[in-house]
Design a protein around this ligand. Structure first.
Ligand code: CO
Length: 134
């Protein structure tokens, strides 16, 4: 069921400053910022060859990551994203195994224009897991 690691996400309070760290200090290729109001975040992706790093900044009132960033003002790892072939089949299998899907349990469109779901960190070793159908 589980496919490749699509990205590791780091939530930050200041996206421009985070971009500067990856682009200027680390010399990485960083995408243009993309606002995702449905997810309450603005994101960029850093291409590191074998996978990507997603940098997330809170967007709008009541952003889902606002509390996380308030608790981690220096930024912190937020989630890992794995690829799946069929997100509905994957969800149904995980729910049948007792895992909790965040939100209403229906896939939303993610940053790559593909369906995504988030799984409760308490069910996955303390790590928020995103599934993306590829
Ligand atoms: Co993500």
């Amino acid at each position: 069921m589980l496919g490749r690691l699509n990205h590791v996400a780091i939530a930050v309070p200041d996206l421009a400053a985070a971009i500067a760290v990856y682009r200027d200090t680390l010399g990485a290729k960083v995408s243009a910022p993309q606002a995702l109001p449905e997810h309450g975040v603005t994101v960029v992706f850093v291409d590191v060859g074998n996978t990507k790093i997603e940098l997330l900044e809170p967007l709008g009132e009541g952003s889902t990551i606002a509390g996380f960033v308030a608790k981690n003002p220096a930024g912190a790892m937020h989630h890992v994203c794995y690829e799946v072939d069929n997100i509905i089949a994957a969800r149904d299998r995980l729910v049948a195994a007792g895992a909790r899907v965040l939100g209403d349990g229906k896939p939303k469109t993610g940053a790559h224009g593909k369906p995504v779901l988030f799984l409760h960190p308490k069910d996955f070793l303390g790590t928020l897991v995103e599934l993306e159908q590829v």
